[in-house]
Ligand binder design. Structure first.
Ligand code: SF4
Length: 592
C-alpha cells in the first residue's frame, strides 16, 4: 500500500489528519531503495499516520498545503541525492535530466532542497510544527563543510535552513523515537543521531573548532574534519558541538547500527515497487527501471575511499540482512505482476561486503588509527564469501527467477584475499550473475593518486582481471570488466593522467568510457583535500586542479572525447543513496 499523497487518499484510510508529513526532492517511488518511503513505512508500522508530498511546487501553496499540517512534525529530505550533485555536473553545468523526476526533465528539484522546502513550509505555516531534516543532503552538511558550488565553507545546515532538528545517518530507530517524544511531549534532545541548535554545548561533548575558526584557518578546518570523522562510530563516538556566532550545533552520537532482526523487519515491510499513481500522471521515473526489482542485501561500507560519503552517512560497519529475509523478498518479487524474471541487482554499497565484518569492530567499534582495507587488508578482517555464495546459489534456484545480476561494484582486493572461497565466488558471479559487464572501480593507476584516494594498488586489479577473463573464457561467455576512473582528483596533474593513460592502454588494452571528472562532495576527506590543497593526514601540499577547462582536458586524455564533453550536460548520477543501493548500476556511483 502506498502512503497517502492527497486528502482523498487520507479519507479513504479514515484519517482526517496526519502525524507526520514527509517532503522529498524525489518523486514518490514506493521501494526499499527510497529513503523517504522506508522512513514513512517504518513510522507507519510504529503506529503513526504518515503522508508524502514529493517535489512540491515552490511558488504556490498548492502542494505543500494539500495534506494540511501534521500533528507531530514535518520531515524534509532532498531525496536520494544531494540536490547540488543532482543539479550540476562536476564542471558546474546544469544537468538536463534527473532520473528521480517524472519525465526525467531536471525541473522539479530545487538547489539546496532542504533549505528551499523548509522555507516553503515556514512561508505557508506560521509557527509550524517542528521541521526535521534527514537524508543524504542534511546528513553530509550537518557540520561545517566545503561546498564546491560556492567554493567556500558553509555553516551547519541547521543554521542556514532554520529547521528545528536534523537526523543524520540511518534514521529508522531515531525517527520513531523522535515521533514518540513529540507525541508524549518529552524532550527529544538525548536521541542518538539527532542534531539541534543550542545556546550552550552539552557537558562531555567534544568541542569542534568553530565555524568562524574554520573559515579563518584551514588547519582548524582539517582538525575539525578529523574529529568529525573519528566520532562517527556508534560504539565509540562522543557527542560533538560546533559554535557559530552565539549558538552551537549539537550532534549527538550516531544511532546504533541496526541489528540483523531490525534490518529484516524493515525489509519485510511491504513496498509497491512502483511510482505512486499521483506522480505517475506526470511521467515515468527512469530510476524505477533499475531499482524496481533490485534487492539491497546490506548497508554500510568499510572501503572508506576518501571521495566517498558512504562511511560518513551509512557508517563503516556493514549491517547485513539474514539469508531468510533476502530469500523471502526474492519470492515476493517473483509474484509481482510486473516481474519478468530478472533481478537487476543484488548488492549494497560494495556488493561483496555482504556478511563480512570484523568481530573486533562489532564489539569495540571501528579502529580510529587504521583502516580495514587500506593500505592493505587488515589481518583481523576475516574475509569469507561463503555466505554470499550460498545466497546466490539458492536465489537462482527459486522458481520464476531467470537471472540475478550483481550490478553493484565488487572489491577485487577482497576477492583475492579470500583464499578459501574467493575463486568459487568469482566463478559463480562470472557464470551466473554478470549482465555483460562487471563493474570494478580502480579509479586511477598513479600510486600517489591512489594513496590520496585510499584505493588499492593496480597490482591486485591486474590479478583479478586475469582471473575474470580466464573464468569467462571457461564458461564461453561474451562479457567484460567495466572500469570506473576519476580525472582531476586531488594529486592528479597531467603527469599522473599520462600514467593512467599508459596503464589503460598497455595493461587494460582499452579506451575507457566510464571516466568522471572529480566532484568534491560535502563532508568527505577528498573535499578537505580539494579545499585546503593539502594532504589532511600529513599536511603536505598537493597539486589540485581547479581550472574547469584543465579538468576536462584531464578526462579527455584518457576517455573517448564526446561532442564537446565540456559543454555536454550529463544524466543525473545520484551519488549517495541512503539504503543499500548507494551505487545503482547505470544510475549512479558511490559518492564520487
Ligand atoms: S581491526 Fe582491522 S578490520 Fe577491524 S576495525 Fe580495525 S582496521 Fe578494521
Amino acid at each position: 500500500m502506498f502512503l497517502p499523497t492527497t486528502k482523498d487518499e487520507m479519507t479513504a484510510l479514515g484519517w482526517h489528519e496526519l502525524d507526520v508529513i514527509l517532503i522529498s526532492g524525489d518523486s514518490y517511488i514506493d521501494s526499499p531503495y527510497s529513503g523517504v518511503a522506508v522512513i514513512g513505512k517504518v513510522l507507519q508500522k510504529a503506529g503513526f499516520r504518515v503522508g508524502i508530498i514529493a517535489q512540491p511546487e515552490l511558488t504556490t501553496d498548492a502542494d505543500i498545503s494539500r495534506l494540511g499540517e501534521p500533528t507531530l512534525f514535518w520531515g524534509v529530505t532532498s531525496g536520494t541525492v544531494d540536490s547540488m550533485v543532482a543539479n550540476y555536473t562536476a564542471t558546474l553545468r546544469k544537468r538536463r535530466s534527473d532520473d528521480f523526476t517524472p519525465g526525467s526533465e531536471n525541473n522539479r528539484r530545487p538547489d539546496r532542497a532542504v533549505i528551499a522546502y523548509t522555507n516553503l513550509i515556514k512561508r505557508y505555516f506560521k509557527n509550524s510544527r517542528p521541521i526535521v531534516l534527514g537524508g543524504i543532503e542534511a546528513s553530509l552538511r550537518r557540520v561545517t563543510h566545503y561546498d564546491y558550488w560556492t567554493d567556500k565553507l558553509r555553516a551547519p545546515v541547521l543554521f542556514d535552513s532554520k529547521a528545528d532538528y536534523l537526523l543524520y545517518g540511518m534514521a529508522e530507530t531515531s525517527v520513531v523515537e523522535l515521533a514518540r517524544a513529540f507525541k508524549e511531549k518529552k524532550s527529544p534532545l538525548s536521541i542518538r543521531g539527532l542534531c539541534y541548535l543550542a545556546k550552550t554545548a552539552p557537558e562531555g561533548y567534544i568541542s569542534l573548532p568553530s565555524f568562524e575558526e574554520c573559515v579563518f584557518d584551514q588547519i582548524a578546518f582539517t582538525k575539525m574534519y578529523h574529529l568529525f570523522y573519528q566520532n562517527n562510530d556508534p560504539i565509540t563516538a562522543k557527542g560533538l558541538a560546533q559554535q557559530k556566532g552565539d549558538r552551537f550545533l549539537v550532534q549527538n552520537p550516531p544511532a546504533l547500527t541496526l541489528t540483523q532482526p531490525q534490518l529484516d523487519k524493515i525489509y519485510a515491510l511491504t513496498y509497491e515497487r512502483d511510482q505512486h499513481p499521483y506522480y505517475e500522471k506526470q511521467g515515468t521515473v527512469k530510476a524505477l527501471e533499475t531499482i524496481r526489482f533490485s534487492i539491497p542485501t546490506h548497508r554500510g561500507c568499510y572501503g572508506e575511499c576518501n571521495f566517498c560519503a558512504i562511511a560518513v552517512h551509512e557508517g563503516r560497519t556493514v549491517a547485513s540482512r539474514s539469508e531468510n529475509s533476502i530469500l523471502a523478498e526474492v519470492k515476493a518479487i517473483s509474484r509481482h505482476p510486473k516481474f519478468k524474471g530478472i533481478i537487476n541487482d543484488l548488492g549494497g554499497p560494495t556488493a561483496n561486503m555482504y556478511a563480512i565484518e570484523c568481530a573486533k569492530k562489532l564489539h569495540n567499534g571501528a579502529c580510529v588509527d587504521k583502516r580495514c582495507l587500506f593500505p592493505d587488508i587488515c589481518p583481523v578482517l576475516k574475509i569469507d564469501h561463503s555466505s554470499q555464495l550460498d545466497l546466490l546459489t539458492k536465489i537462482r534456484l527459486i522458481p520464476g527467477i531467470n537471472k540475478v545480476f550483481v550490478g553493484s561494484g565488487i572489491r577485487y582486493d577482497m576477492v583475492l584475499a579470500d583464499k578459501q572461497n574467493g575463486l568459487a565466488y568469482l566463478k559463480e558471479i562470472v557464470a551466473h550473475h554478470t549482465s555483460g559487464q562487471l563493474k570494478v572501480a580502480p579509479e586511477h593507476a598513479a600510486p600517489h593518486v591512489l594513496k590520496m584516494m585510499g584505493k588499492p594498488s593496480v597490482g591486485s586489479l591486474l590479478k583479478f582481471k586475469k582471473m575474470f577473463e580466464n573464468l569467462t573464457y571457461a564458461v564461453g561467455k561474451d562479457q567484460y570488466l567495466t572500469y570506473y576512473l576519476i580525472a582531476a582528483y586531488p594529486g592528479s596533474s597531467d603527469r599522473e593522467m599520462k600514467q593512467l593513460k599508459d596503464f589503460v592502454t598497455n595493461k587494460l588494452h582499452l579506451t575507457p568510457e566510464q571516466v568522471q571528472v572529480f566532484t568534491p562532495t560535502p563532508s568527505t576527506y577528498a573535499s578537505v583535500m580539494y579545499y585546503t590543497e593539502k594532504d589532511p593526514f600529513t599536511g603536505e601540499t598537493i597539486f589540485v586542479e581547479k581550472n574547469i577547462t584543465q579538468k576536462v582536458a584531464q578526462k579527455e586524455m584518457i576517455a573517448k572525447p564526446t561532442a564537446s564533453s565540456a559543454q555536454k550536460t550529463q544524466a543525473v548520477k545520484p551519488s549517495n543513496l541512503p539504503h543499500g543501493y548507494a551505487n545503482k548500476p547505470r544510475l549512479q556511483r558511490k559518492s564520487r
